[in-house]
Design a binder for this molecule. Structure first.
Ligand SMILES: Cc1cc2nc3c(=O)[nH]c(=O)nc-3n(C[C@H](O)[C@H](O)[C@H](O)COP(=O)(O)OP(=O)(O)OC[C@H]3O[C@@H](n4cnc5c(N)ncnc54)[C@H](O)[C@@H]3O)c2cc1C
Length: 390
């Protein structure tokens, strides 16, 4: 890919400080150096390199919001947004997903609810990038309806014995540990707990690595548990409170997806402006055609609306303000629509070249299809917003 000529003219933000701008430059240079040159190979392999976790850990990217005593940086959700926006520009959203599935999805619940012993044993090495973590909630018969999970953890003396199945688990095929949702009690929402599950436990098996439409550099696994015995001290927080922990931490995951969308839209608009400025049709550049100038105006407007929603939600989540969940659902809903719109527009703009795998455009087009599914579908986002309204 030739060097970009265009830099998206990002407007000044009242949500971000000079420190955030410095941090953005640090992440951007990491992406330029460590991710983009490897993106094609990792997409082919179906996973990014394990070494990348160590490098991201060394750069401090895997523990931004966590306790400095565990190796974290003690920052807030605004920094998480900046990190996700920049990671998403590496032409491999799967790589960004792989890193954030660990740092935000697997660790956030542990940071707030796990015992000091569990944090020291699992969080600290994960923040350093020495271990890979995953969040294991979804099952073949329980996705949006988390309360329907059936993977069972039976108490036996000082242990839990776990049997069941998970699917669609990011980082699942090579995670060292899983923040795992299990049923310890009655059917329904109150019988769910969370445990830290070490994947070297006998009886645990990784099934297929799932072949996906997009985000291909993130491995997505099917997992099987057959009478897996783990210490009861691996329980996260209190027994029976798992669903509450999961639902109250979805905000961070959804915010990350919205921030990915912001970064991708910036990247796609930059690629699009470059192409439209250099590609001549009927004696002049595409950029001279009003129809495309206006389509760029529409794309940039949707990008900026997404950015404002995402940053506003990040501010509320950071401040633990009550409307955070509603704001984050709106941010994620809008982000998925906006990024899918922009990806389709930029694909169309590139004509035949947009269909070619030597360009990053078709990859982004595929990658963003999952944005209206993962971390809560757009239908569920609408339902959550409606519940807050009505
Ligand atoms: C690439 C990828 C990575 C993932 N990573 C993880 C992971 O790391 N860990 C994990 O636990 N899970 C993960 N998931 C699973 C993801 O969270 C679920 O796919 C998602 O929550 C939707 O669940 P489902 O696929 O079972 O769809 P379903 O819940 O079966 O939904 C099917 C359709 O019905 C609609 N629907 C469902 N309920 C309602 C309702 N009440 N009102 C209106 N419409 C409704 C949905 O919006 C959707 O269109 C991942 C998924 C993907 C695709």
């Amino acid at each position: 890919m030739p060097q970009l000529q265009t830099t998206y003219p990002r407007p000044p933000s009242s949500f971000l400080s000079d420190d955030h701008d410095d941090f953005r430059r640090t992440v951007a240079s990491f992406v330029e150096r460590e991710i983009r040159p490897n993106a094609d190979a990792w997409e082919q392999d179906g996973q990014c390199s394990r070494e990348l976790y160590a490098k991201a850990g060394a750069a401090g990217f895997l523990g931004l919001r966590y306790d400095p005593e565990l190796g974290g940086s003690g920052l807030d959700f605004m920094a998480t947004c900046v990190l996700a926006e920049e990671l998403a520009k590496g032409d491999s959203i799967g790589t960004a997903v792989a890193l954030m599935a660990q740092s935000e999805f697997a660790l956030a619940i542990l940071a707030d609810e796990a015992s000091d012993e569990l944090k020291a044993a699992w969080m600290a090495p994960a923040i350093a990038g020495e271990l890979i973590g995953a969040i294991g909630v979804s099952e073949p018969d329980a996705g949006s309806d988390v309360a329907a999970i059936t993977t069972r953890a039976r108490r036996d003396g000082g242990d839990y014995v776990i049997s069941g199945q998970k699917t669609f688990i990011s980082n699942g095929t090579r995670a060292d540990f899983i923040t795992l949702a299990v049923r310890t009690g009655e059917a329904g929402p109150r019988g769910i707990s969370l445990v830290v599950f070490p994947t070297d436990t006998p009886g645990f098996e990784v099934g297929r690595r799932l072949d996906k439409l997009g985000a291909r550099a993130s491995d997505t696994g099917e997992l099987f548990f057959d009478e897996c015995r783990i210490p009861a001290t691996n329980l996260v927080g209190e027994e029976g409170h798992g669903l509450r922990y999961i639902l109250s931490h979805f905000g961070g995951e959804r915010l990350v997806i919205a921030a990915f969308a912001v970064g991708i839209m910036e990247r796609l608009i930059e690629l699009g402006l470059d192409y439209a400025g250099s590609r001549e049709v009927f004696g002049g550049p595409i950029l001279g055609l009003q129809t495309w100038r206006h389509r760029f105006a529409e794309m940039a407007t949707r990008l900026e609306a997404t950015r404002l929603l995402a940053h506003h939600a990040a501010r509320l989540l950071s401040d633990h303000e009550p409307p955070g969940d509603m704001a984050v659902s709106m941010a994620k809903l809008h982000a998925a629509d906006a990024v899918q719109f922009v990806a389709a527009e930029v694909l169309q703009l590139h004509g035949g070249f947009g269909q070619m795998e030597e360009s990053p455009i078709p990859r982004y087009y595929r990658d963003v299809a999952g944005f209206s599914i993962g971390a809560g579908t757009s239908e569920i986002m609408r339902e959550l917003i409606a519940r807050a309204l009505i």
